[in-house]
Design a protein around this ligand. Structure first.
Ligand SMILES: NC(=O)c1ccc[n+]([C@@H]2O[C@H](COP(=O)([O-])OP(=O)(O)OC[C@H]3O[C@@H](n4cnc5c(N)ncnc54)[C@H](O)[C@@H]3O)[C@@H](O)[C@H]2O)c1
Length: 260
């Protein structure tokens, strides 16, 4: 039997990058996957990819920052699939800026998507999970939520908030058999980083990431599969860093040791 046979998994940001790959991997493990994305055609494309492999999926064109849309999303999922076992919230943006160069409007936008939407997802998925006797929430944060990097004030604040929400949900709902953890990736090769390629990307990785390979969406999805499974039943309120060792270093500007 596959790991998620008969389970309903909702993934926000499923139209691209880590979201799309996660949808495909959960579907390959037998889950019925609800692919949520503000870009409905991208969500439909993910559904097509899953169906081509014999999986079950449904697209939802939803803006996860909108309260009414989030409430209807989870109501619809439960009405259609009779359960809600896993909610994985991934969609986010990653703008640059300091306290003086970031407009208040841009600060609000990143906090709305990378943090408020996490609250909304928890608020409207948890009652369904409580009714059915439990569930799992996974939040995609980022290492900058643990340790901010220069020129990323809004993003770092939003991800720190997402990590804090994760802990609160974990402690508030452990007695309802609901687990909540966050995955904090470092640099991942996804369409979000399309503008940052070639030599510039390599220079960045050489300088900041101890591991010598480029982290892929697969690496993140594999951790999500584990966290969502019963094998992780004792893990809640945690941030799992998946960054090839980048965040472990106290000082930046890593020098790769010369090859023997
Ligand atoms: N790629 C990286 O290096 C990296 C590193 C650390 C953290 N992250 C975080 O991972 C998450 C996803 O990153 P990715 O690289 O897979 O991104 P991506 O840009 O490939 O995909 C993001 C998806 O989210 C969707 N989306 C955007 N706004 C939305 C909204 N309001 N409602 C619903 N869907 C919306 C987009 O349409 C897109 O399909 C983000 O939260 C990002 O901050 C990325």
């Amino acid at each position: 039997m596959k790991r998620f046979e008969g389970k309903t998994v909702v993934i926000a940001g499923g139209g691209s990058g880590m979201g799309r790959v996660s949808c495909q991997k959960f579907a390959a493990e037998g889950a019925k996957v609800c692919v949520v994305d503000i870009n409905e055609s991208a969500a439909l494309e993910t559904v097509k990819l899953i169906e081509a492999e014999g999986g079950i999926a449904r697209a939802y064109g939803v803006d996860i920052t909108k309260e009414d849309q989030m409430k209807s999303l989870f109501d619809d999922v439960v009405e259609r699939f009779n359960s809600l076992d896993v909610y994985f919230t991934i969609a986010g943006i990653s703008p640059v800026g300091t306290a003086t160069t970031t407009t208040f409007d841009d600060f609000r936008k990143v906090v709305e998507l990378d943090m408020y939407s996490v609250f909304l997802g928890c608020k409207y998925s948890i009652p369904h999970m409580e009714r059915q006797g439990g569930g799992v929430i996974i939040v995609l944060s980022g290492t900058y939520g643990i340790r901010p990097t220069p020129n990323k004030i809004g993003y770092s604040a939003a991800k720190a908030g997402a990590i804090s929400i994760t802990r609160s949900v974990a402690i508030d709902f452990a007695r309802s058999n609901i687990r909540c953890n966050t995955i904090a990736p470092g640099f991942v090769n996804t369409p979000l980083n399309n503008g940052f390629e070639g030599e510039a990307r390599q220079r960045f990785l050489d300088k900041y990431q101890p591991a010598t390979f480029e982290i892929q969406a697969d690496d993140i999805a594999n951790v999500a599969l584990f966290l969502a499974s019963d094998e992780a039943r004792a893990i809640t309120g945690q941030t799992i860093v998946v960054d090839g060792g980048t965040e472990a270093a106290l000082y930046l500007n890593y020098k790769r040791p010369a090859a023997n």
